[in-house]
Ligand binder design. Structure first.
Ligand code: COI
Length: 355
């Protein structure tokens, strides 16, 4: 990711509520953590409903050393972005989709999840409480990171007896250090990201540390990230460590179908809909790694990543280059989705929550 020069160690407690903006160099935002003023926190016993959350000062949380999340990885996370409009209103993009995904993930991980309404309301509260950290229009967004943690103590392997739902926030802009320049991916063959009937489709924290080794190795060889293949045949595309993948050939856009090993990205789902509105044939199917040789374009999608062009992919020591920049499908999709997210393109789909 693109880290910031140096994250502020603590939020400035002397700010005035009247300050429209925090003291941030908005032009050098990357995707590094910048602590903000408040975080939303609520807890509940297993199987109960979460109570009304509260906005606490952003800071460390106390956990039992035997918390389920620390010992057995019983945790889920989400990510969404709040954008500031010229008129000062804030915008969220399809936040109920994140809530639904957390609910489905919680079922798989035997956790208690917040309701859809509570989740969306908590996002709004967190964004508003940290409004001075929402970048000016055109300078990025406030990334909101909901966490669901098995916070109760366990020793034997079992679901935790207590859950914590928390949301913190950080202003961000480009995810990759490449900025908006094309990514160079490496097709990973030594490691798998997910296996059939595992948790690859769930946004569990335990899917993310295992990709670090392959990612580090690829970065040390000058690549932006790795592209995973299916663990069965090693012949079909899955996803990148932190985002979904699409290929385009002519007027057809294809992406690997959600099969249980691929994360059901909200940007992915939106690009599929926008792509077909724009007149492309969009296919969710098995996409063979061999198709990378013939594709005109490749791009990644994700909340953090947005719609990001891929300039090259290296597979078995062969590098294939792709079309990027003006006139590409990737650019058209990126402009359209970002336009809807930031309020410069009319939302005709009811995707935007303005507050
Ligand atoms: C996101 O795109 O919001 C994610 O959750 C991916 C994460 C690795 C930054």
């Amino acid at each position: 990711y693109a880290s910031q020069p140096s994250p502020l160690p603590i939020p400035d407690p002397t700010y005035s509520d009247d300050d429209e903006y925090a003291n941030v160099d908005w032009d050098s935002l990357g995707f590094g953590l910048m602590p903000t003023d408040f975080m939303y926190v609520t807890k509940c016993s297993a199987g109960q409903n979460f109570g009304h959350g509260q906005l606490n000062r952003y800071g460390n949380i106390e956990l039992s050393p035997s918390a389920g999340v620390l010992n057995y990885g019983q945790g889920l996370f989400e990510g969404t972005k709040a954008y500031r409009k010229e008129n000062g209103q804030l915008l969220l993009f399809r936040p109920e989709e994140n809530a639904i995904r957390m609910k489905i993930g919680a079922e798989r991980m035997c956790m208690t999840a917040p309701s859809i309404d509570q989740f969306v309301d908590a996002l709004k509260q967190t964004a508003l409480a940290n409004k001075r950290w929402v970048p000016p229009p055109g300078k990025g967004s406030l990334y909101l990171r909901p966490l669901l943690l098995g916070s109760g103590p366990v020793l034997g392997l079992a679901p935790a007896p207590e859950y914590t739902f928390l949301i913190y926030a950080s202003p961000v802009r480009n995810y990759f250090k490449e900025g908006s320049a094309p990514l160079n991916l490496y097709v990973e063959e030594d490691f798998d990201r997910a296996s059939q009937r595992g948790t690859g489709s769930v946004k569990t924290i335990s899917n993310y540390a295992p990709v670090l080794m392959a990612q580090n190795r690829a970065k040390s060889r000058g690549f932006s990230d790795v592209l995973y293949l299916d663990s069965n045949s090693k012949k079909n595309l899955e996803e990148v460590s932190s985002c979904n993948i699409f290929i385009a050939k002519g007027k057809t856009i294809s992406t690997p179908a959600i099969s249980g090993t691929i994360l059901s990205g909200i940007t992915r789902k939106s690009v599929i809909e926008i792509g077909s509105d724009l007149g492309y044939q969009v296919e969710e199917r098995v996409v063979a790694v061999d198709e990378l040789t013939e594709a005109d374009e490749v791009f990644c999608t994700g909340t953090a990543v947005g719609v990001a062009p891929v300039g090259s992919i290296t597979y078995q020591n062969k590098r294939v280059d792709y079309k990027t920049g003006s006139g590409t499908i990737c650019q058209e999709l990126c402009k359209t989705i970002l336009g809807i997210q930031t309020g410069s393109i009319e939302d005709k789909k009811g995707w935007i929550v303005e507050f």
